[in-house]
Design a protein around this ligand. Sequence first.
Ligand SMILES: *Cc1c(COP(=O)(O)O)cnc(C)c1O
Length: 419
Amino acid sequence: MSISQDLFNTARELIPGGVNSPVRAGSVGMHPLFIARAQGAYMYSQEGDPYIDYVMSWGPMILGHNHPRVRKALEDALQNGTSFGAPCKPEIDLAQEIIDALPGVEMVRMVNSGTEATMSALRLARGYTGRSRVIKFTGCFHGHVDAFLASAGSGAVSIPGTPGVPDEVVAQTLLADYNNLEQVQELFTRYGSDIAAIFVEPAAGNMGLVPPQPGFLEGLRRLADEYGALLVFDEVITGFRLSYSGAQGYYNVIPDLTCLGKIIGGGLPVGAYGGKREIMNKIAPAGEVYQAGTLAGNPLAMTAGLTTLQALKEHDYNYLEEKTSELAQKLKEVLAEKGLPVQLNLLGSLFTLFFTPDPVTDLTSAKKSDQELFRKFYTGMREQGIYLAPLNYECAFNSFAHGPKEWEKTLESAKNLKF
Ligand SMILES: *Cc1c(COP(=O)(O)O)cnc(C)c1O
């Protein structure tokens, strides 16, 4: 038995399912790898085997693992202590960096995770508008916030997406299909004056990558304005990923509120939500909408995030986008030449391969991907040292630490696959 298998068996006795976040356990009948260390584009398993990583901690590590500049900044910050529970300068520096970068953000509040960011932004949107309903899109993920763990019931009524969420908590959550403006229009026609906000991943990354179709984000902006609702972009993945100015800069559609996480923590636990000054000033203690956090604005986390953003400013997003496109197109060709039905969804440094002949534009079309083919793809790649998400409904994350050597090895590995 491998060391990882052995550790996973122990973990399952101690931790539910053996993991601290479900997706890590995978859906492919292969035990997860235990990772001992990570450097650049590589992760090293407990066995000492190197893997070219396309998960990159699910997005944060866009500079590569253990980036020397981030590590050095953290080592320096560590000399000064690990938590103050009082204001510190790195909080302002990171806030300034985020505000300078994102056109929709004039003020920002730091929290500890993406989940906290969306949860707090939802409360703020409701507090600011005095309305209670919220529109979300099926297949978009906004962390494990009760109100967002909703599934489609009959009519426009949502039902809880998991045990433990009462019906009443999702009763205010309205669901629409991604890329479907007509459904959003219908919801506004029916519930308009009671809708506080539209929450959306401006490019969806949690049903596999599903980019917005032309006009979709603009349409949401228009409807939100027309009905006096807030447009909230969940940029936890796309922030500082699609471009330095996020999806909002990339598509030039400016939301009222923005949720952030992942990259802005540089590998430490950070989330943030920000937006128009007038709205953000409703948050306590400036305003009356309550939200707090013992470790929020933690000096180490702020330092890792700030250093990551400063380093990113010196990197060329166009280059990474081009290289990701080359890699992903070639991967698609290799698989198509094997006679497989393949759809490539590609955007910036993100991509997902779906095993279906039909275009993937929402959750329903994503679900058509052949999971047996995905299983063979995942297992075959992992056996050759390529680390992909063990679930088809995730993105592959390229990074500035990957280079021609890694991309070529990835393609060679794909060529060797047998289906
Ligand atoms: C990862 C993610 C979240 C949740 O962030 P956590 O830090 O895991 O709580 C929220 N929204 C999106 C779009 C995400 O990808």
